[in-house]
Design a binder for this molecule. Structure first.
Ligand code: DAK
Length: 260
């Protein structure tokens, strides 16, 4: 059905989405962002899916950014459309009810870094080169990168990365909070899967509520965020999953959550 994205449920309740343009280092051309849009709108979050993993095909790149060859030829209107679709994609990934883990395998540049930032958690392989080279091309990151990176890192670092266009290593990215964990390249998928499995065994409703509370809380003042936390926490308490989780604990068995 799609040419530039691949999707499979690799384990029970865990989906793997691959950006699949290996020869172009998985650069996001219009067809790729359109396919992503169709996939996200029509197939996510899916009935039983508990965690989505996003990665890039091959071992060299997660995503090397927006497609420069294609962008160069775009009119302003075409560029606007291209950016709208990408914004929609990244916003929907950020707001999905299930957690999304970026398995960042190699270059994650420009729009690729922004895709990783739209995910909830970023696990990087030790060969990662990540950054925002857009200013070298006369652009700046506009697929959510200025805002989402500022929520993770000090504003001075965000400006340094964007103004210089420097690519940084996985270790440096870990130090400044741009990625959450670094592992050896050949251990990346094992590590990501192990985290995904852990998450998929926990209460899906609680995780969805936690994600929404954390995300919305970022846009609120302190007391507004705490009010939201209280409201969402009480709603979560009033669920079959909460009852099942506590009963299972007391009965010394594994909980069977149903997401209700
Ligand atoms: N676009 C198109 N093709 C790309 C590409 C890209 N971003 N990155 C790599 N490729 C292609 C190369 O052209 C090459 O294709 P052929 O020449 O073989 O046909 C193939 O992938 C292999 O790449 P290289 O031969 O260059 O491989 P190397 O190992 O030598 O170098 C590299 C790897 C990642 C360092 C290098 O390819 C590179 O610098 N790539 C460009 C990275 C980059 O600048 N990325 C940022 C793109 S700009 C906005 C919204 C969004 C954006 C901006 C504004 N608004 C709303 C205003 C987003 C912008 C971007 O993401």
């Amino acid at each position: 059905m799609f040419e530039h994205i691949l999707y499979e449920e690799i384990k029970d309740r865990i989906g793997l989405l691959k950006i699949n343009r290996e020869k172009a280092l998985n650069a996001l051309n219009l067809q790729t962002v359109s396919e992503l849009n169709k996939f996200i709108n029509e197939q996510l979050p899916g009935e039983n899916l508990r965690v989505l993993i996003i990665t890039g095909s091959g071992s060299k790149a997660f995503v090397a950014g927006a497609d420069i060859k294609q962008m160069k030829e775009m009119s302003k209107e075409e560029f606007h459309n291209y950016c709208n679709v990408s914004h929609d994609n990244f916003n929907k990934i950020q707001n999905l009810k299930i957690p999304v883990i970026a398995a960042v395998n190699g270059y994650a540049l420009g729009g690729g870094c922004e895709l990783a930032l739209a995910c909830d958690i970023r696990i990087a392989s030790d060969n990662v080169k990540i950054g925002f080279p857009e200013t070298k091309l006369g652009l700046f990151p506009c697929w959510g990168g200025t805002k989402r990176s500022s929520m993770l890192m000090g504003i001075g670092k965000v400006k340094e990365l964007i103004f210089t266009g420097d690519m940084i290593s996985a270790e440096e990215a870990l130090k400044i909070g741009l990625v959450d964990k670094v592992v050896k390249q050949d251990e990346l998928m094992d590590e990501v899967l192990s985290m995904a499995e852990k998450i998929s065994n926990n209460g899906p409703l609680a995780i969805a509520y936690a994600k929404e509370t954390i995300n919305k809380g970022q846009e609120m003042n302190h007391s507004g965020a705490l009010d939201l936390e209280l409201k969402m926490g009480v709603e979560c308490f009033d669920s079959l999953d909460r009852l099942e989780g506590m009963t299972a604990y007391l009965e010394k068995r594994t909980a069977e959550f149903i997401g209700k």
